[in-house]
Design a protein. Structure first.
Length: 635
């Protein structure tokens, strides 16, 4: 007879029975998730304590997971010593802060020598942990700013400052909420983590497979079907994963081979998936981590950010679908035979209920719940709803795995936010932020369009090799104040930077999402990157429009918004035809020029531009229709 107690403990033994190091990672990851679930429902700790505990969990998991040993080698005594030295220093530095913060306040904020040394150590730990999780790009940027903090007094002119000594730098970074423990880490420790965890539970319930099957049923049989499946499934799955690269790997392993099978070029297949996956971060209701940071920085609700993103996100995916359709027409591709595709009714019957947690999340946000509370109850709803079917059920092992995956999936964001905090602290401490907006305006001559081009370039360059949240934070503190000074709405200014931070993942030379797609498609990474830029042309263009016409961000009268949206949808079709060189039939050069002009005019709101755009589009339609009819007669 089986011991019921032994049966109950079996999932735990299976979860932890993978070696001491892995068991410790699992235990810490689960503890981290449970800590954030508790504070999401019952209230956050004080800012320094909440952020400190959040960062400590991040440090422990990073230093345990990314050992100093070489890949595949046995863990040596030296690597073990280094790993545990970093872990010990992390614990000492954070506990000194969280347990002794009241004492520090009683001292009137005067740091001790111990505080200064631990502050220096914490900065080094953040740089090292960020290097381990995200590579060298972001730590090197932070090091450049640190050097600027120490040696800026030797720089003549407007770029210089009075200088910062080591003690004031360390205490500012360690003991205030202006440095490492600033807004980005605060948002990560409150909002972002809960939504990453929500995504982990959705994936564990089988929602990812459901969306892929659903997209296949809807679009798989259409012309160029697999590419349209990639667009539809990635648009939804990307909101769950919150990472362009993770989305490429998650859905691209299925969609890219299918695209290649029906005749799409490998570079095109990889590019479609990269662009579709990147757009998941701008698709409401669950946008990427940067959207939460934006809401906090602007002092508005997360729901307001989601509403503003709706029209640009729809235009993004509509234009991508249209480009994919035109490519299929141009190459003469077909879809997947219907008999090879899953049927809609059985899919909805088997797993249609998995969409309910996302609907619950939206309802809770609309009802005015905080993102943390909404995320918490949405996670509870995923667990409860999963029990409707045996194959989707989140039992104890699945629950533990989701907790672990959620915590491990947050590490990049945690370290990016902590490292970005170093940069933000230096910018505020040296006064660079106040100077830079003036310098940008001076360099552009106060001309808004030139300022926008400067900030677009900075966003794309700083975003190379970084997560979207890190790229957004670095650029928004430098560029957004300049735009606001020139009269741009704060929401439009932040959204402008946010979009280009997202697009940096598909912009060569360092385009991480494109490179991930190229690896699956077995195509040249640069070719995939440039193909992705062409497919996402509308996305590169639209941010300029909502600066000049905030109506595209739902800022205006309902009729004005509806008209702008309708003409922009038609404009995307015209712009896509011009970029693809195909509308009804292949285009001549002058037709491409007029189609691109028509697209730009239609996407930009305004009666005059809309009238000109419609006129150009009708002209091209008539010319191509006659050419197509004539070619049929000749045959």
């Amino acid at each position: 007879m089986k011991d019921p107690k032994a049966d109950f403990l079996k999932p735990l033994r299976e979860q932890f029975g993978r070696g001491f190091n892995q068991a410790l990672i699992t235990l810490l990851a689960i503890s981290m998730s449970l800590f954030h679930l508790y504070t999401a429902q019952f209230g956050l700790l004080t800012a320094m304590k909440q952020r400190g505990v959040h960062l400590l969990f991040g440090f422990l998991l990073v230093f345990l997971r990314y050992s100093f040993r070489k890949n595949g080698s046995t863990r040596s005594s030296a690597s073990l010593f280094l790993d545990w030295t970093l872990i010990s220093l992390s614990v000492i530095a954070i506990l000194n802060l969280t347990l002794g913060f009241e004492e520090f306040m009683m001292r009137g904020g005067e740091p001790t020598e111990r505080d200064i040394w631990l502050g220096i150590i914490l900065v080094i730990l953040v740089l090292e942990a960020t290097r381990k999780t995200l590579g060298l790009a972001l730590p090197l940027i932070a090091v450049v700013f640190i050097l600027y903090a120490f040696f800026g007094k030797y720089i003549p002119g407007v770029w210089g400052h009075r200088g910062i000594d080591l003690s004031s730098f360390a205490s500012y970074q360690y003991l205030t909420t202006e440095g490492i423990f600033g807004v980005p880490l605060g948002v990560s420790s409150s909002f972002i983590f809960i939504f990453v965890l929500f995504g982990a539970f959705l994936v564990r319930s089988g929602m990812g497979e459901f969306f892929i099957d659903l997209a296949n049923t809807i679009a798989g049989h259409l012309r160029g079907g697999p590419a349209k499946v990639a667009v539809l499934s990635s648009s939804v799955f990307g909101t769950i994963s919150g990472s362009a690269v993770a989305n490429v790997v998650g859905t691209g392993s299925f969609t890219i081979p299918l695209m290649k099978r029906i005749g799409y070029r490998p570079a095109f297949a990889g590019a479609v998936e990269a662009v579709a996956s990147t757009g998941g971060q701008i698709m409401p209701p669950i946008m990427g981590a940067a959207a939460f940071i934006m809401a906090d920085m602007l002092g508005i609700s997360y729901l307001s950010v989601c509403i503003a993103a709706v029209i640009p996100a729809i235009l993004y995916y509509w234009s991508l679908l249209w480009m994919v359709h035109l490519e299929a027409l141009k190459v003469g591709l077909s879809g997947i035979p219907k008999e090879e595709l899953p049927r809609l009714k059985p899919i909805l019957k088997a797993r249609g209920f998995l969409i309910l947690p996302a609907i619950i999340l939206v309802i809770l946000l609309v009802m005015g719940y905080s993102p943390m509370k909404a995320g918490f109850w949405s996670i509870i709803s995923v667990i409860l709803i999963s029990f409707l079917k045996k194959e989707t059920r989140i039992n104890l092992p699945a629950f533990l795995q989701a907790l672990e995956k959620g915590a491990l999936g947050s590490l990049e964001v945690v370290m990016a936010c902590a490292c970005a905090g170093i940069v933000i602290g230096i910018i505020t401490q040296t006064g660079l932020g106040l100077k830079l907006s003036g310098m940008i305006i001076d360099a552009s001559g106060g001309i808004l369009i030139i300022t926008l081009i400067f900030i677009m370039a900075v966003s794309l360059i700083l975003g190379m090799g970084l997560t979207t949240s890190a790229a957004y934070i670095l650029t928004v503190i430098l560029g957004a104040p300049a735009l606001i000074k020139l009269g741009v709405l704060p929401l439009a200014a932040h959204m402008f930077v946010f979009y280009y931070a997202c697009l940096s993942t598909i912009t060569p030379p360092v385009a991480l999402a494109a490179y991930a797609g190229a690896g699956i498609a077995q195509a040249n990474p640069f070719r995939v990157g440039f193909e992705a830029m062409r497919l996402a042309a509308v996305a590169y263009f639209v941010p300029f429009l909502f600066i000049f016409a905030p109506v595209l961000l739902f800022q205006g009268a309902p009729l004005e918004i509806l008209t702008a949206f309708f003409t922009a949808v038609i404009g995307c079709m015209a712009l896509g035809g011009g970029l693809q060189g195909f509308f009804l039939i292949p285009t001549y050069f002058f037709e491409r020029v007029l189609l691109i002009a028509s697209g730009v005019l239609l996407i930009k709101p305004g009666w005059i531009t809309d009238g000109l755009g419609i006129g150009f589009l009708l002209l091209i339609f008539v010319v191509q229709w006659f050419r197509k009819a004539r070619s049929k007669l000749k045959k």
